[in-house]
Design a protein around this ligand. Structure first.
Ligand code: NAD
Ligand code: ZN
Length: 252
């Protein structure tokens, strides 16, 4: 344990001295809230299981699945929306709110769609993969926020044009919002400290934001109970759950 505590003391010092911080988060930061990550999901073969549960998230969160069976994809999202609504941001989210208050320049780049960073009180949040509470019309592009769960009608339709509404998230195989991605890469290259929290660092281009900081010579710290493909390139790795490690990092 000594080695880990040494690293923690050093990283605490770096955090205390940093003035321009970027944090990249993934599903892992919401794991302790009770929002499941995609990793480790096993399809349910039971007779009573809903149809969507027989597929992997990587098969459901795609434009192809939505084109083929929008109702099934929506049933999965409706279930996820209800699940997220029943959870709260955790101590990890709260620590990042605290960090934002302490430093001059701060940006939180998240792959998460659950909205928990904003709910916790983080202000400068860049959503790389969209927001599960937004619905977007596939025909006219109209975007609305709808936090109801369950939704009264599946699939939901556009009140303007009658078109199909889809979840306002980025699916596997789709492009990320270019402006947000470009800003994230720029911030990553310019910051003096980056924290990479709860991301498996295998989903690109999101993982590229961390890589950008590494290549720019930024001090990059990983917070994750497990190693990732980027662990070996990190300045330091703090091994543990975000809800424990992040508050420790900011404790006096
Ligand atoms: P991911 O690729 O971000 O991987 C999850 C990572 O979190 C893993 O590396 C795991 O070791 C780590 N982790 C688990 N528990 C942790 C904890 N307590 N503290 C810190 N790290 C922890 O996510 P994924 O599940 O493979 O999903 C892929 C895509 O889907 C990403 O865009 C992801 O953000 C999105 N997604 C979002 C949510 C959400 O909004 N909460 C949930 C599931 C998936
Ligand atoms: Zn419409």
């Amino acid at each position: 344990m000594a080695a880990r505590n040494d690293a923690l003391a050093t990283v605490k010092q770096w955090v205390a001295e940093a003035t321009n911080v970027v944090v990249l988060t993934g599903a892992g930061i919401s794991a302790e809230s009770g929002v499941p990550t995609f990793r480790g999901w096993t399809p349910d073969d039971g007779d009573d299981a809903p149809l969507w549960s027989k597929f992997r998230p990587e098969e459901l969160a795609t434009p192809e699945a939505f084109a083929q069976d929008p109702t099934m994809v929506w049933e999965w999202y409706d279930w996820r929306r209800g699940l997220i609504a029943g959870t709260q941001p955790n101590a990890g989210h709260a620590a990042l709110v605290d960090l934002e208050r302490r430093v001059d320049r701060f940006a939180l780049v998240t792959q998460n769609v659950d909205g928990h960073h904003t709910l916790a009180g983080s202000r400068n949040v860049l959503h790389l993969h969209g927001d599960i509470w937004l619905l977007r019309c596939v025909d006219c592009g109209r975007e609305i926020e709808d936090r109801r769960h369950p939704l009264p009608e599946l699939p939901p339709t556009c009140s303007d044009c009658g078109g199909l509404l889809r979840p306002g998230v980025v699916w596997f195989g789709e492009g990320l919002p270019v402006d947000i991605l470009e800003r994230s890469f720029l911030l990553a290259a310019e910051c003096d400290l980056m924290l990479v929290v709860g991301t498996s660092a295998v989903v690109y281009p999101a993982a590229g934001v961390a890589l950008q900081a590494i290549e720019a010579g930024v001090t990059v710290i990983e917070v994750n109970p497990e190693t990732t493909p980027l662990s070996a390139h990190m300045t330091a790795c703090l091994t543990g759950p975000a809800g424990v490690v992040l508050p420790e990092l900011l404790a006096p």
